[in-house]
Design a binder for this molecule. Structure first.
Ligand code: ARG
Length: 394
């Protein structure tokens, strides 16, 4: 029997895939990547395991990859200030290359020549997984049943699961398609496909909305060292717990909601809403610190790099040579990104209100309008003449 390593979520699609591939004569080994989607909280890990075996899996790997995710995928994106189309902090997109990496590793360990996933043929995630897998091991064959199987609807899949005694929870209504990890939540489908409608409150999972949002402001101080967030209010945190903590307080203050009509890689425009409290707070504060310590040219050039970096993540090109080259550039820019940003979280807004760094390039004696002014205003006259000469003509 040929072995297949399947990226398994425990949901209906991937459970049906196990049985469906089984029926075609494959042995299925399931791999569940825990990126902070709430496994073991709402989702009972044992139930997932049971479902995988009931569907016909021969083995299941459940791996907690949260530290690797934040250290090796989220952090480079944060240092880069990566944001897609001005709104999306790329939680889903950053998870895919990591899942691909582990799928490949398990395939090698299990001496399997096939891997499978449950992505649809219309989305970005199939591209991200398959390009990453292809780069990491071009010899592996990839199966994507959702692109080719006979089921046309969720109902047909439920019927198939019931007929095959796969224990799925059919009572749960599923109004949205949700992808969640510690860096953020992506929510689409259902009523959200109506662009003329405001997203209903029940679509949001971790951020409070207008009616139950905290009515008082919360101030926090984030300390960065070479672009890495290390402390909140003077207390040291490992990156994973720092992000979890910020998700909690950010959520309470309604931080990090986005509603985006986005351009997918496959040419479709789609509407997705996002929740990313910690990502928003960290992105805002990291950028604020850079404003203080990066000189003008580096700062402006980095904006171009940020845009490209976000595109590479979104386009599934994490393991590309350009991404690696940009990493070296970004690393250099972070040399002096050390200091503290004080933020005010209030009713959905996350605003930097104070900043401090030993590498600050701000010089009060040059910018002040007070009497301690050291700026030589006489020099400005000559500067303007030469600067404007090409246009003024004299
Ligand atoms: N649009 C986002 C991306 O391409 C998220 C995709 C998955 N979304 C979901 N709701 N299942 O990265």
């Amino acid at each position: 029997m040929k072995k297949v390593i399947l990226a398994y979520s425990g949901g209906l699609d991937t459970s049906c895939i196990v049985r469906w591939l089984n029926g075609q004569g494959y042995e299925i080994i399931c791999f569940v990547a825990d990126l902070g989607q709430g496994l073991g909280e709402g989702e009972d890990l044992q139930a997932i395991e049971k479902r995988a075996y009931a569907a016909g899996a021969s083995k299941i790997y459940i791996e907690n990859l949260q530290d690797e995710f934040v250290d090796d995928f989220v952090l480079p994106a944060l240092k880069a200030n990566a944001v897609y189309e001005g709104k999306y902090l790329l939680a889903t997109a950053l998870g895919r290359p990591l899942i691909a990496k582990h799928l490949v590793e398990i395939a090698h360990k299990e001496k399997a020549s096939l891997v499978a996933h449950g992505c649809t043929g219309k989305g970005n995630d199939q591209v991200r997984l398959e390009v990453a897998i292809g780069i990491l091991d071009p010899k592996l064959e990839i199966i994507a049943p959702l692109r080719s199987w006979e089921f046309k609807s969720r109902e047909e899949e439920i019927e198939y699961a019931l007929k095959n005694n796969i224990p799925i929870d059919v009572t749960k209504k599923k109004p949205y398609s949700i992808d969640r990890n510690i860096w953020g939540i992506s929510i689409e489908a259902g009523i959200l496909e109506n662009l003329e409608q405001e997203p209903p409150e029940d679509a949001y999972l971790i951020t409070k909305g207008p009616t139950n949002i905290a009515g008082y402001p919360k101030y926090i101080e984030i300390y960065f060292e070479k672009g890495v967030p290390k402390k909140i209010d003077g207390k040291n945190y490992k990156l994973k717990s720092l992000i979890s903590y910020l998700n909690e307080i950010g959520g309470l203050h309604g931080i990090g909601r986005q509603d985006l009509i986005e351009n997918r890689l496959v040419g479709i425009k789609s509407r997705e809403i996002y929740e990313a409290p910690a990502a928003t707070i960290l992105f805002t504060s990291h950028k604020e610190l850079e404003s203080l310590v990066l000189d003008r040219e580096l700062s402006h050039f980095k904006e171009i790099i940020s845009l490209k970096y976000a595109e590479l993540i979104y386009y599934g090109l994490w393991y590309s040579p350009l991404k690696a080259a940009l990493d070296s550039f970004i690393l250099t820019t972070q040399k002096h990104v050390t200091g503290t940003i004080r933020l005010k979280l209030f009713k959905g807004n996350c605003v930097p209100v104070a900043r401090k760094s030993a590498y600050s390039l701000y010089k009060k004696e040059l910018s002040t309008y007070g009497k301690e002014d050291k700026f030589n205003q006489k020099l400005a006259e000559g500067f303007i003449k030469i600067w404007g000469m090409p246009y003024i003509g004299k």
